[in-house]
Design a protein. Structure first.
Length: 331
């Protein structure tokens, strides 16, 4: 199950006796845990019926003693174990045995960023729990998540503002939310965030994203392009998705060249290409680095690399590096 599936289950009032949360997207883990707490823990009796343990500081006996205890003045209790991967193997074995017949009045939440799902104890725990994986969102998923996050607060955001925010902050959700909070404070009575609102507040602090990669390719900065592509692959980004985004970028360069040749205004170019107006000048510079014939050759390279990724055994990073070298140094 993923994050959205879990939220749907919570909304429907469907709960498991145990949850296993794994993965590096800690902000979504935090939100999911808060939703469970809001649904299952009575604030009036939380002091008696909510306990948090940390894998590095506790043993299985203490966790299970608490999980097996009856709730006080409430129908249920919640036990949360964070840093599950730091629990001893014997503690994990005890939890796996507990889950064979868990307490019907306890909701146990096990959280670990780097849990090895191949181990015997974790496999048994996973089989008896509601397993939820919290993977980092890809570049293409961030705009929808930002809109959804703001809609819950009764706010809107323009597409250009999203692109600017993402290009400056990257894909770390906690960082994005922190910047959105700053923007919202400065909105006054407005219910919509626009480019100007982002520009007033947001600086530059991020990991690399697809936008950085397409910029590096467009400006023919090979060392930067190689470094960014390697980081993206290491963070789990799909090689074919990267190729698709580079292809989209070069398609925009072709559209922009055509619009410029017809003496279109900046606003007309933005409407024709879908490129935000504040990116037009930068994109013009990149388009100037490639002739029409060179752009045709780039599309041929992209097509061949996509085919290699889908049909050969060549490592993705080698195929992608080869493509970048061809585009930047051999065109």
């Amino acid at each position: 199950m993923n994050y959205h599936g879990l939220l749907d289950q919570i909304k429907k009032g469907k709960f498991s006796s145990a949850y296993l949360f794994v993965g590096p997207e800690d902000y979504l883990v935090e939100i999911a845990l808060d939703k469970l707490i809001a649904a299952k823990v009575d604030p009036a009796t939380r002091e008696f019926n909510f306990d948090t343990f940390y894998g590095e500081d506790t043993e299985g006996a203490k966790i299970l003693d608490t999980a097996n205890a009856y709730p006080m003045m409430a129908e249920s209790r919640m036990v949360v174990v964070k840093n599950l991967h730091k629990l001893s193997s014997s503690a994990l074995d005890r939890i796996a045995k507990y889950l064979v017949k868990p307490s019907p009045s306890t909701l146990l939440v096990l959280i670990g960023e780097k849990v090895d799902l191949r181990t015997k104890a974790i496999s048994r725990i996973k089989a008896k729990s509601c397993f939820v994986e919290f993977k980092p969102l890809y570049d293409r998923q961030i705009p929808g998540w930002i809109r959804e996050h703001l809609q819950e607060r009764g706010l809107e955001i323009s597409q250009d503002a999203i692109l600017l925010l993402q290009s400056r902050i990257g894909n770390n959700l906690r960082n994005i939310v922190n910047e959105l909070d700053k923007i919202i404070v400065n909105l006054n009575s407005s219910k919509k965030i626009d480019v100007e609102d982002v520009q007033k507040v947001v600086g530059f602090s991020k990991n690399f994203s697809i936008f950085d990669l397409t910029d590096a390719v467009g400006f023919k900065d090979l060392s930067k392009a190689l470094a960014i592509s390697n980081q993206m692959l290491e963070s789990g980004e799909s090689p074919t998705a990267i190729i698709a985004m580079i292809t989209r970028h070069f398609a925009n360069l072709v559209k922009l060249k055509a619009a410029v040749s017809k003496n279109k205004s900046q606003s007309e170019i933005s409407a024709l290409t879908g490129i935000p107006s504040f990116f037009i000048n930068k994109t013009k510079q990149m388009a100037g680095n490639f002739s029409t014939n060179e752009l045709e050759r780039v599309f041929d390279m992209l097509l061949k690399t996509d085919l290699v990724l889908k049909t050969s055994q060549q490592p993705p990073h080698i195929a992608l590096q080869t493509l970048l070298v061809q585009i930047i140094k051999k065109i």
